[in-house]
Design a protein around this ligand. Sequence first.
Ligand code: FAD
Length: 448
Amino acid sequence: MRTVSNRHHRDPRRRIALADRYDVIVVGAGLAGTAASYLLAKAGLNVICIERGDEPGTKNVMGGVLYRQPTEKVIPGWWREAPVERPIVEERLWLITPDSLVQAGFKSLRYAEEPFNAFTVLRVKFDKWFADQATAAGALVITNTVVEDVIRENGRIVGVRTGREDGDVYANVVIAADGVNSLLSKKAGLHGELPPNRVALAVKEIVNLPREKIEDRFLLNANEGATIEIFGDSTIGMLGYGFIYTNRDSLSVGVGALLSDFIRKGVNPNDLMERFKTHPMIRRLLEGGESKEYMAHLIPEGGAAAMPPVSTDGMLVVGDAAGMSNAIYREGSNLALISAKLAAQAVMEAHEQGDYSVRTLSRYNALLDESFIMKDLHLYSRTSRFFQRNSEFLELYPEMLADAAHELLSVNSVPKQDKQRKIMRRLLARRRPWKLVRDAVGALRSLT
Ligand SMILES: Cc1cc2nc3c(=O)[nH]c(=O)nc-3n(C[C@H](O)[C@H](O)[C@H](O)COP(=O)(O)OP(=O)(O)OC[C@H]3O[C@@H](n4cnc5c(N)ncnc54)[C@H](O)[C@@H]3O)c2cc1C
């Protein structure tokens, strides 16, 4: 096996040696790209991973929940070494109106113990650590380098053109791990520009806050973390939600919605974020915090129905680049990691056979179909379609729920049965009974 330097190559003037022909080119050192690079290098393949950011992690935006089990499928025991923030022990779901909050949640002390369920991470720290593991496994990770196109020979993809001088690089197979709105997939002709209803736009801030305040406000012990997903007034009727996740000494705070909804409503994402942070139910949690970083990013939307082909002659597409995201369960990192693992397996099989045609590489499609990924993404297509068509769930129903709770819990010397009748009258005045039933059945069917 080729020996490589144990550092990322950061000098933009450094030429990528044209003589270097690699087994695999991976484009993007996010979760998917680094996982594929790590696994393939570990298997003895000659891998180059090309990242446009100054360092892995600098261009990457995530709310911040990374799941233990899927990540372990790439590096067993990763969380013992990796820079993680807090293990998540509690997940809360809030439905807010301008002046009320209805909540549900789950807390388990089992999640506070090994082997843990999920952790918050800061991508700028985590991705750098992860890329170091790929480098140590033998992959060459090049940063500060933009891939601009694919190179074809006889119709087959045989390499990539980078923005560097003499920057064409060749390999048996290219893995496109360049994230949502993948340039490589577009250049390979796998899809065109993403329509605005197939992508969500999210903004995220990291708000510094002393750890004692975090633990007081979120009712946590030291080294415990919580997440809050916030629906309803957080997105003023647009399909999306806000979130607050606890890190060690900071909070990850964000809000996002379908791009087509931002356009339709003429809402500026930064204004939405300001409105979110100053909402009376949220402001108190952030009070005294110092905003440290501000980021915006797209998220693929629409599930399996919105995915491009994921294999072609000489190329596979993984993670967000392949549209793999399950927003309702806040999953994306796990889909990126597992799809990368399956792509690596397909590439190793192609390597053994010496055949990188789509016929052999489409083993990746079969592996995806057998895995939870495509099963979940098919279901998510239904969920996403249903909520895009039924905007009552975004504003009307949270308001109706808050009204009903307000009526029921306000002590005012009115008999409970009278209250219940009043609640029903008010519900039915805002939504016809058959529509309530139709919505409830539709929501249930879209989620199961
Ligand atoms: C606000 C927000 C919150 C989220 N919260 C969560 C969460 O809590 N949990 C969860 O599981 N998922 C979450 N997600 C989704 C998750 O972040 C993604 O699914 C995951 O990062 C996808 O990983 P990836 O490796 O496919 O893509 P990315 O992490 O986006 O990596 C792509 C990489 O490719 C590089 N690149 C792109 N183009 C080029 C090019 N032309 N040349 C060279 N390099 C290039 C980029 O710089 C980047 O490093 C969230 C997403 C957002 C936006």
